[in-house]
Design a protein around this ligand. Sequence first.
Ligand code: FES
Length: 150
Amino acid sequence: MGKKEANDDVYKILSESGYSNKAIEYFQAKENMGVIDNADQVTDLVGPCGDTMKISFNTDGDTINDAKIQVLGCPGAVASGCAVINLTKGKTLDEAAKIDLDVLYKEVEKLPDKKIHCARLAIKTLQKALKEYEEKSPGKATGESAGRKL
Ligand code: FES
């Protein structure tokens, strides 16, 4: 079976399980995956299901100019993680702090109901990374993003 046929098969299975076309595209493209060498911040988080995400990013002080994600998890986790990174790149730290489950859901359009915790894991990993970065770079934290809840 060629790569295209294999991709078409995966597409069909995910589509029938309740993934939107956009979420499947994120899953299949797997953009921004990996870990940045010498990143300003590297943070990982294990979800309740045991799956793990690791987010790394670099900033120019205020703007996240590069970010990557590593995912050991299901298609919902990969799609959510890649979408979160796409939403995060080029944002200021404060703007990134506002990326929540609603924003992510608008981006991926639809995941199967039982995959919502995968999207939540992507958001929690991002917010944990931002918080850890602020804690070690106190001058970078602003009133608005400091002290927000996960
Ligand atoms: Fe664990 Fe999706 S099943 S993140």
